[in-house]
Design a protein around this ligand. Structure first.
Ligand code: 13P
Length: 227
């Protein structure tokens, strides 16, 4: 066990359950993607999945506890290579408790086309506005990627990272899981709409603003069955 207090044990298990749930849903596989959750009485620490460990081999002790600001410990298990953007998002968004990154196939396909997802469907509002924006391309794990992700998500709850994948934040871990699954579905709809001869009709900013407001009180539950 790392420096974690015993009270992080349930959170550690919840993160592993979330990872396995994503595997079962085809949202992630192998060692792709990563998850973090804010912990600590002041909310200034985070638990994050370790780097390069397949989800189905992950145990609670392997998760890494580290500060939301500052470097990870020099010894002990290594955090996800993407710890910088997890930190950047949790630091910039005190209202958010969890960050989920995935290489889910449809969202990643759109990210590889290097375009945002526009307001093809009202569910785009789940991400806080009239699109799911796109970052530039940066090396995975880099400071440049972290900076771009945090800036791109300043007014959004999710984004696509060019030629890489998707990232979302959540007021809770369940809400982040809800968003990552909805982002994958939205990307699939987008690809289907754009594959046909008739382009999708985009919702207006006013229509999306109305949905964003309605979602403020929406409390989705994600049932994670025992794996
Ligand atoms: P980690 O195994 O370091 O979390 O990397 C996986 C990944 O998806 C990087 O973007």
């Amino acid at each position: 066990m790392t420096s974690s207090a015993p009270d992080t044990r349930a959170t550690r298990q919840a993160i592993i359950d979330a990872c396995l749930w994503m595997n079962r849903r085809g949202i992630n596989q192998g060692t792709s993607g990563n998850v973090s959750v804010r912990v600590g009485t002041r909310g200034d620490r985070m638990l994050i999945t370790p780097t390069a460990v397949p989800y189905d081999m992950m145990t609670p002790e392997m998760l890494v506890e580290m500060p939301v600001t500052g470097e990870p410990a020099a010894t002990g298990p290594r955090p996800s290579s993407e710890w910088r953007f997890h930190q950047a998002l949790l630091a910039a968004r005190p209202d958010m408790q969890a960050v989920v990154h995935a290489h889910s196939p449809h969202a990643t396909a759109v990210a590889c086309q290097r375009r945002p997802i526009e307001a093809i469907h009202y569910m785009v509002a789940v991400f806080g506005g009239a699109d799911v924006p796109l970052t530039g391309y940066h090396l995975f794990g880099s400071e440049a990627l972290a900076r771009d992700v945090a800036a791109t998500m300043a007014h959004r709850h999710g984004c696509l990272m060019a030629s890489h994948g998707a990232v979302v934040v959540g007021e809770t871990l369940d809400k982040a899981l809800w968003r990552i699954e909805e982002l994958e579905a939205l990307a699939k709809m987008d690809l289907l709409c754009r594959a046909g001869p008739v382009p999708p009709v985009l919702l207006s900013d006013a229509e999306i603003a109305q949905v964003v407001q309605s979602f403020a009180a929406y409390r989705p539950g994600v049932a994670i069955p025992e794996g």
